[in-house]
Ligand binder design. Structure first.
Ligand code: GLN
Length: 512
C-alpha cells in the first residue's frame, strides 16, 4: 500500500502537515520526512511523487537546508512549493534573490500554460496565497514559466524531469483552487491510485500487530482520551486478552470518568482493564502545592510511579503500547528551531524511556481526524470519540492554586453541568474545548436571605483549528443563562460564575 505514496520533504514550513492531510484526504498515503533524510531512504519508500515544502530559510544563505540534486533525476515527479520552488531553481542553476518587498496574502495567479496537467480544470485567473520574501529572478535551464502574478514568476515546469514549482501555497484554503492543483499533481502527474482508507489501515495494522506481538503481552495506559482509547481498541482487536490496560484514577478526573471508561471499554468491548484508585496518593502529594508547574510535575511523577507499580505486578509483558499520533512524530523530528516551553507537556501518559519495554504505537501514522475515523469504524461510541481534549494533569490544573478533594468534587459537578448543557443544546461539537475552572477566590453572595461566602468559577470555551491560536466561543446568552442558573443552584460551594472572554494569545486555553 505504501508504494502508492507521496513523500513530503519538510523544510520547516508551518503548513507541511497540511500538505500531507490534503493528500490523504484524496485517498493517497502521504508522509512528511525531514529534508535531510538520505536519498536512498527516500527512494526505499518508493514514492510516486515528492513534494518539497516551504520553509523559513533563504536558499542563497550559507548552510540553508538543501537536498541531494540526484533526487530530481529519479524519474519521480517533484512539486516544489515556495522554498521548494526556490531551492529547485537554485540547485538547477537559476537565480533566487530577495524581492523588493515581501509578499504576504492573496495574489492573482494568471496561468500561462492552460494545457499543463497541473492546471487541468483550473480557470486562467484565480486567487492564490503567497508568503515569501525571496523570489525567482532567473529560471533554471530547462524550466518554462507556466504561471505568474503581477509581481513574480508563480509557477514553472521542467518537462524532461517532470518537475513543477509553485511560489504560492496551494495547500491552504485561501488558495481558491489549491486543492485541485495538488489533486492534479497527485493523480495526473504522479499517477497515484486512491487506496488510503481507514478500513485498509485497520486491517493492515491488525495484521502487523499480530505479527509483531506474537504470543507476548502488551501493556497500555488507558486515559479515556481519544488516542489511547483508539489504540487500545485496535490492539485489543488484534490480540484480545494479551492486552492489559491500566487506568489510573488520579482523583483529578471528570465526573464518573472511571465508570464511563469501564463501561465502554470493559463491559462492552471486554477489554482487560485494571482500574487503580489512586485518588488519595495524588491528593496527598498535592496538598498545599499551588505553583502550576510544580503541580504538573508532581502529577506526572506520581502517574509514572503508580503505572510502574501496576506494571510490576504483571509478568511476561514485552510491549508498552501508546497512542502516539502523527503530529507528535513530525513535531519530534521537525527541522524547526526549539520553541519555548510554555507549559510542560500535557500528556501524563509520557512514560520514561528507561522502561524495559518495546514500544507499540499503532497510530503513529495518523492525524487526529483519521484516529477518530478509525475509532468510529471500530465501533467506539460517538460520545467517546468526539470528546474535547482533556489535559493529563486533569482537574489538577483547572483548580487554580492548591488542590483538595472538596474543590475537586465541586469542580466535577459544575463541569459536568456545563458539558451536559452543551451537548443538550447541540453546541458541544461546535466548540473545540469547553470546561469549568475553579478559582481560589471566595466572594459574598446571598441565598434564601442568608449571606454566603463561596468560590468563584469560570466557564471557558474556545474555538480553534490547531490549538495554537484560539478565540473564545460566542455562546448564546440564553444558553449561558441556563448554565449559570443550574450551576449556581445545583453546585454547593459556588456562588459566582463568570465567562472567560480571552483569546489565545495572549491567554492560553487552559488556565494553568
Ligand atoms: N523563506 C522563503 C522566502 O521568504 C520561502 C518562504 C516560504 O517557503 N513560505 O521566500
Amino acid at each position: 500500500m505504501k508504494e502508492n505514496s507521496i513523500v513530503i520533504l519538510d523544510f520547516g514550513s508551518q503548513y507541511n502537515q497540511l500538505i500531507a492531510r490534503r493528500v490523504r484526504e484524496m485517498g493517497v498515503y502521504a508522509e512528511v520526512v525531514p529534508y535531510f533524510e538520505p536519498l536512498d531512504k527516500i527512494l526505499a519508500r518508493k514514492p510516486k511523487g515528492i513534494i518539497l515544502s516551504g520553509g523559513p530559510a533563504s536558499v542563497y544563505i550559507e548552510g540553508a537546508p538543501t537536498i541531494d540534486k540526484e533526487l530530481y533525476k529519479q524519474g519521480i515527479p517533484v512539486l516544489g512549493i515556495c522554498y521548494g520552488m526556490q531551492l529547485t531553481t537554485h540547485l538547477m542553476g537559476g537565480e533566487v534573490a530577495r524581492a523588493d518587498k515581501q509578499e504576504f496574502g492573496k495574489a492573482e495567479l494568471i496561468i500561462d500554460d492552460a494545457n499543463s496537467p497541473l492546471f487541468k480544470g483550473i480557470p486562467n485567473n484565480s486567487k492564490v496565497w503567497m508568503s515569501h520574501n525571496d523570489h525567482v529572478t532567473k529560471m533554471a535551464e530547462g524550466f518554462v514559466q507556466i504561471g505568474h502574478t503581477d509581481s513574480c514568476v508563480a509557477a514553472t515546469y521542467n518537462k524532461d524531469l517532470n518537475i513543477y514549482c509553485i511560489q504560492f501555497h496551494a495547500e491552504v484554503t485561501h488558495s481558491e483552487h489549491g486543492t485541485d492543483m495538488l489533486r492534479n499533481f497527485v493523480f495526473n502527474v504522479a499517477k497515484c491510485e486512491k487506496n488510503w482508507s481507514m478500513g485498509n489501515y485497520i486491517e493492515e495494522t491488525i495484521k502487523n500487530i499480530k505479527e509483531t506481538v506474537g504470543d507476548k503481552k502488551v501493556l497500555l495506559g488507558l486515559s479515556g482520551g481519544v488516542d489511547s482509547s483508539v489504540a487500545a481498541t485496535l490492539i485489543h482487536r488484534a490480540i484480545g486478552d494479551q492486552l492489559t490496560c491500566i487506568f489510573v484514577d488520579t482523583g483529578l478526573l471528570r465526573k464518573d470518568e472511571a465508570k464511563k471508561v469501564m463501561e465502554v471499554y470493559g463491559q462492552n468491548f471486554h477489554m482487560n482493564i485494571k482500574c487503580v484508585d489512586a485518588e488519595e496518593r495524588f491528593l496527598s502529594k498535592l496538598a498545599g502545592v499551588s505553583e502550576p508547574e510544580a503541580k504538573r510535575k508532581i502529577i506526572g511523577k506520581e502517574f509514572v510511579e503508580v503505572f510502574n507499580e501496576e506494571a510490576g505486578k504483571l509478568t511476561d509483558v514485552e510491549f508498552l503500547a501508546q497512542g502516539t499520533i502523527y503530529p507528535d512524530v513530525i513535531e519530534s523530528q521537525s527541522v524547526k528551531g526549539p520553541s519555548m516551553t510554555i507549559k510542560s507537556h500535557h500528556n501524563v501518559g509520557g512514560l520514561p524511556k528507561e522502561m524495559k519495554f518495546k514500544l507499540l504505537e499503532p497510530l503513529r501514522e495518523l492525524f487526529k481526524d483519521e484516529v477518530r475515523k478509525v475509532g468510529r469504524e471500530l465501533g467506539i461510541p460517538d460520545h467517546m470519540i468526539d470528546r474535547h481534549p482533556f489535559p493529563g494533569p486533569g482537574l489538577g490544573i483547572r483548580i487554580l492554586g492548591a488542590v483538595d478533594k472538596e474543590k475537586a468534587d465541586i469542580l466535577r459537578e459544575a463541569d459536568d453541568i456545563f458539558i451536559e448543557e452543551l451537548r443538550k443544546a447541540d453546541l458541544y461539537n461546535k466548540v473545540s474545548q469547553a470546561f469549568v475552572v475553579l478559582l481560589p477566590v471566595k466572594s459574598v453572595g446571598v441565598m434564601g436571605d442568608e449571606r454566603t461566602y463561596e468560590y468563584t468559577a469560570v466557564l471557558r470555551s474556545a474555538n480553534t483549528i490547531d490549538f495554537m491560536t484560539a478565540t473564545w466561543s460566542h455562546l448564546p446568552f440564553d444558553f449561558l443563562e441556563r448554565v449559570s442558573n443550574r450551576i449556581l443552584n445545583e453546585v454547593k460551594g459556588i456562588n459566582r460564575l463568570t465567562y472567560d472572554i480571552s483569546s489565545k494569545p495572549p491567554a492560553t486555553i487552559e488556565w494553568e
